[in-house]
Ligand binder design. Structure first.
Ligand code: FMN
Length: 367
């Protein structure tokens, strides 16, 4: 195998064959049909345009009405949503692609205007995030609003949320997804349990590292029981900085991530996906430790170029690179890498909401 082409060569991702190591990162695009937060034929077109990725990871997909924190995000808890996602997976599979649903519970990053009436956001502890979410203001206009104070989950309620993830996995399977990715990154519910800054519990879900990791592992186990561990991945963001959803994950981030890696390895899940944030140095030592503790595929994401992606894979410590913004604006990203072609810049004004503009209208290379 020519090492310099490894990025674009097939490899075994768990029990699947990925066409290359250029993955599409999960990205919320907030274009679901209303009412009902339903993926549409346009969603299917968007993802199928990007089917040459080694693996597509969908936008965050709320596993229940109470898991939602942002307007217009497509869910996976109703029959209509499941049918919408079936359009997506069929379109991607027709083009030979592989696709994972990112199962999402936002926890405290939410606002009552996008939640069922009378239902507050939930979190490990009743600590309000100094953060905003995209919901509706008092006049009913969509926009950025302050997150509400969350209700601290009881143990019974935690069990119910774990079940919601399992139901999400069941529907993801029925909708034809190859894998699911648990969203354990970026300050959302799973990470709220992991971080001592957001988890002040005194029961078996708080305190020690093993206790704070308990919720994540219960979700992994519940989802694995439904679809099999070889179809489960998890996204984590050690050292997630405060500007991301008011997360303070500086202390023990490495330790808890390595603890999780060891536990996840015992469970034989498909992959760990590290969301890397600017300003944080992910050391070679950390990557070596992660590699030695985890037996599955390791993906990293955040600011990579073709060159840095190849260099990172060449270290042998990382198996695949997920690209976010480059995949928004370059539906044929692997082909562009193969040809050394110029990339189109992504226009942030089209990231969230709206229609085909800034979504399915980015150009392919000319045939
Ligand atoms: C428009 C947009 C939406 C995003 N939505 C999500 C999401 O739903 N889930 C998630 O884990 N990360 C999300 N991210 C973060 C990306 O997955 C990725 O980590 C980030 O864009 C850095 O990678 P890049 O430099 O290749 O874009 C989003 C990023 C962007 C730009």
């Amino acid at each position: 195998m020519s090492h310099s082409h490894a990025l674009l060569q097939p490899f075994n991702l768990s029990s699947f064959k990925a066409n290359n190591r250029v993955f599409m990162a999960p990205m919320t695009r907030a274009r679901s049909a209303q009412p009902g937060d339903i993926p549409t034929a346009l969603t299917a077109e968007y993802y199928s345009q990007r089917a040459s990725a080694g693996l597509i990871i969908t936008e965050g997909v709320p596993v229940s009405a109470g898991a939602k924190g942002y307007a217009f995000t497509p869910g996976i808890f109703t029959d209509a949503q499941e049918a919408g996602w079936k359009l997506v997976t069929d379109a991607v599979h027709t083009k030979g692609g592989l696709i994972a649903a990112q199962l999402w519970h936002v926890g405290r990053i939410a606002h009552h205007s996008v939640l069922p009436a009378g239902q507050p956001p939930v979190a490990p502890s009743a600590i309000r995030a100094q953060a905003k979410t995209f919901a509706f203001d008092a006049q009913g206009n969509p926009g950025m609003v302050d997150c509400d104070e969350p209700h601290a989950l009881t143990e019974e309620e935690i069990a119910a949320v774990v079940t919601e993830f399992a139901q999400g996995a069941r529907r993801a399977d029925a909708a034809g997804f190859d894998l699911v990715e648990l969203h354990g990154a970026n300050g959302y519910l799973i990470e709220q349990f992991l971080s001592a800054s957001t988890n002040k519990r005194t029961d078996s879900y708080g305190g020690s590292i093993a206790n704070r990791a308990r919720f994540a592992l219960e979700v992994v186990d519940a989802v694995s029981a439904v679809i099999g561990p070889q179809r489960v991945g998890i996204r984590l963001s050690p050292w997630c900085p405060p500007f991301v959803n008011d997360m303070d994950f500086s202390s023990e981030a490495g330790e808890i991530t390595l603890y999780l890696a060891e536990e996840l390895s015992k469970r034989n899940i498909a992959y760990i996906h590290i969301a890397e944030w600017p300003g944080v140095t992910y050391t070679t030592e950390f990557r070596q430790q992660l590699r030695s503790k985890f037996n599955g595929t390791i993906i990293v994401c955040g600011g990579y170029t073709q060159e840095t992606a190849q260099q990172t894979i060449d270290t042998g410590l990382i198996d695949a690179i997920a690209f976010g913004k480059p995949f928004i604006s370059n539906p044929d990203l692997p082909e562009r890498f193969a040809q050394g072609a110029a990339l189109t810049e992504a226009d942030p004004s089209g990231f969230y909401g709206g229609d085909a503009k800034g979504y399915t209208d980015y150009p392919f290379l000319k045939a």
